[in-house]
Design a protein around this ligand. Structure first.
Ligand SMILES: NC(=O)c1ccc[n+]([C@@H]2O[C@H](COP(=O)([O-])OP(=O)(O)OC[C@H]3O[C@@H](n4cnc5c(N)ncnc54)[C@H](O)[C@@H]3O)[C@@H](O)[C@H]2O)c1
Length: 521
């Protein structure tokens, strides 16, 4: 029933009432016409009237009764909420409301004509037919307007998507191990890429791309808000890879790690969101699972055993809390990476053990029973690319483990594989080195949701590293530029920007006990 206190005539309501007026009058006219032709064809006209006189009698019926029928029906429609709520009604319920209201209008009309003996009385057959036609026309009109609205809405959404098609991508920390594998992929696909990086490891990782016409390099610290604001201007997506990476490197300077890995992530995300950049892909890590004997998926409890992992969990929390219809963060938890890129790292287990096998003839593992998921650096870049190109609903506020179920190996299994591929080497088990990480991870989600299938196997990755060392492409794998912890401890890193770290510490402490299901999956 209509609430009169809140009811206001709007232009739209008046137009809809005008449309119903037309439909009601067309129904009555049609019914009278059918009745008249039926009379002419099958019945004899009584009262000594000619066909011509009968025709004018029907015209009089229409002109004298249509206004009353229309007025009664419009009042009933109005009272039934036809012009206010019915838009929200769907399908059969909407049809029922129309049927009820039209029937009630016609009943009241017939009752009044009968009660007050209004002449001329409309032929009953014509009234019945007019009622049926009115029900049909009004339902058809509303059905059509629903279909039309859907078509327009779909078109608008399509236009909006086309408007927001990703062209300009900001890659933060893109001159590192993963970034230098990702940039060529983005450029090849025609993206306009802006790189924001301090170039801690020099320009060597992206040497071949420096003159690319669609690559803009901004050498700056991503903790500096003014640089971030400038870099995000005009971008359609942000891929944030920048961080102090790895447990030992993060342990060097905890305050610095918090600033770079957590506080800057929040600031960058806020600038992106504030600038209307919807897509935000964040590089997290499977290290967030820490130590666990379960087969872990994105909903599993997190059990970080290092500041590095805690800084990633806290960043994930910050990002998921910021998600809304204008901001779609995607969190990629990479497995441990291996293989060659523009900035190959030799502080990661597969690359390091392979290099040791060739150069020293020894593959040293400690304990070796710990599980770890592995993924090639090219495949890590492919996963970022898949997330970037996926439709927003598929990645909006989603966490994805990046890797494949087949590439979960224990450290001993990695050692054995390297020993097999580098026959001159020997596998040696040494004392426990203090790394408590142990996680076997399920990667079904990224496979099913984004169609991600790694292109590399562990064996192929090991052979790639073997070839690089044997051919002299990599000369001294122990050089600081190949190791984050070595580089940061030898070169140091300025801490020129001071920040309030209070909130960051609280958030980090929260991650020590992380509840299952506290993050979207
Ligand atoms: N490599 C792995 O095995 C692995 C595994 C899981 C997750 N990840 C994540 O993927 C991301 C990329 O890892 P990666 O191995 O390529 O790291 P990387 O250390 O090779 O590269 C990091 C990049 O960030 C830049 N950078 C660091 N601090 C900066 C600052 N304050 N301002 C501007 N630039 C800065 C560095 O110059 C470098 O180019 C990281 O977030 C990391 O946590 C990596």
């Amino acid at each position: 029933m209509l609430d009169w206190r809140s009811f206001r005539f709007s232009r739209e309501i008046v137009l809809r009432m005008a449309a119903d007026t037309v439909l009601l009058n067309v129904s009555l006219m049609l019914a009278l016409a059918v009745r008249y032709f039926y009379l002419v064809a099958f019945e004899t006209i009584e009262n000594g009237l000619t066909y011509n006189q009968m025709f004018w009698a029907y015209v009089t019926y229409f002109s004298k009764r249509s206004w009353l029928l229309t007025a009664i029906c419009l009042i009933v429609f109005l009272m039934s909420g036809f012009y206010t709520y019915s838009r929200a009604y769907q399908g059969r319920y909407k049809a029922l409301i129309i049927f009820q209201a039209v029937s009630l209008g016609y009943l009241i009309f017939s009752f009044l004509c009968y009660m007050f003996d209004l002449t001329p009385q409309l032929p009953r057959g014509a009234v019945l037919l007019a009622w049926l036609v009115s029900v049909g026309l009004l339902m058809a009109a509303r059905g059509w307007s629903m279909i039309w609205r859907d078509v327009v809405r779909t078109e608008l959404q399509h236009d909006k998507r086309a408007e927001r098609a990703i062209r300009n991508v900001l890659v933060i920390g893109g001159a590192g191990y993963i970034g230098s594998a990702l940039l060529p992929k983005l450029l090849e696909k025609g993206y306009q890429v802006r790189l924001l990086d301090l170039l801690l490891y020099g320009t060597e990782p992206i040497e071949g791309l420096l003159n690319h016409p669609r690559l803009e390099v901004v050498r700056a610290d991503f903790r500096a808000i003014d640089k971030v604001v400038e870099a995000i201007r005009g971008m359609d997506a942000v891929i944030h890879l920048g961080a102090i990476v790895g447990d030992p490197a993060c342990a060097l300077d905890e305050e610095l790690t918090i600033e770079v890995n957590l506080m800057a992530t929040r600031m960058i995300a806020e600038v992106a969101k504030g600038s209307g950049v919807n897509r935000f892909i964040f590089a997290s890590t499977c290290s967030v699972y820490g130590a666990s004997d379960e087969f872990l998926d994105e909903r599993s409890a997190l059990n970080p055993v290092s500041l590095y992992a805690r800084s990633k969990i806290a960043s994930e929390h910050v990002l998921t809390r910021m998600a809304d219809e204008t901001f779609a963060p995607t969190l990629l938890r990479f497995g441990t990476i291996y293989g060659l890129s523009g900035r190959t790292r030799f502080d990661l287990v597969v690359n390091l053990l392979t290099a040791k096998a060739i150069v020293e003839g020894r593959i040293t593992v400690s304990g070796g029973d710990q599980w770890r998921p592995f993924v090639h650096v090219d495949d890590a870049a492919l996963a970022v690319f898949k997330a970037l190109e996926a439709p927003v609903p598929a990645v909006h506020n989603q966490v994805f483990n990046v890797g494949s179920n087949e590439q979960n190996y224990t450290i001993s299994q990695v050692g054995e594989t390297i020993e097999r591929l580098v026959p001159s080497s020997e596998l040696i088990d040494v004392a426990f080195d203090g790394d408590r990480r142990n996680y076997r991870v399920n990667f079904s989600k990224i496979h099913q949701a984004l169609g991600f299938v790694p292109q590399w196997t562990l064996e192929q990755g090991i052979n790639q590293v073997v070839e690089a060392i044997q051919s002299g492409k990599v000369q001294d794998y122990t050089h600081a530029k190949f190791s984050n912890v070595k580089f940061l401890s030898e070169e140091g890193m300025t801490r020129s920007i001071n920040r309030q770290t209070g909130w960051a510490h609280e958030l980090l402490n929260e991650t020590i006990v992380t509840q299952v299901g506290s993050l979207p999956n």
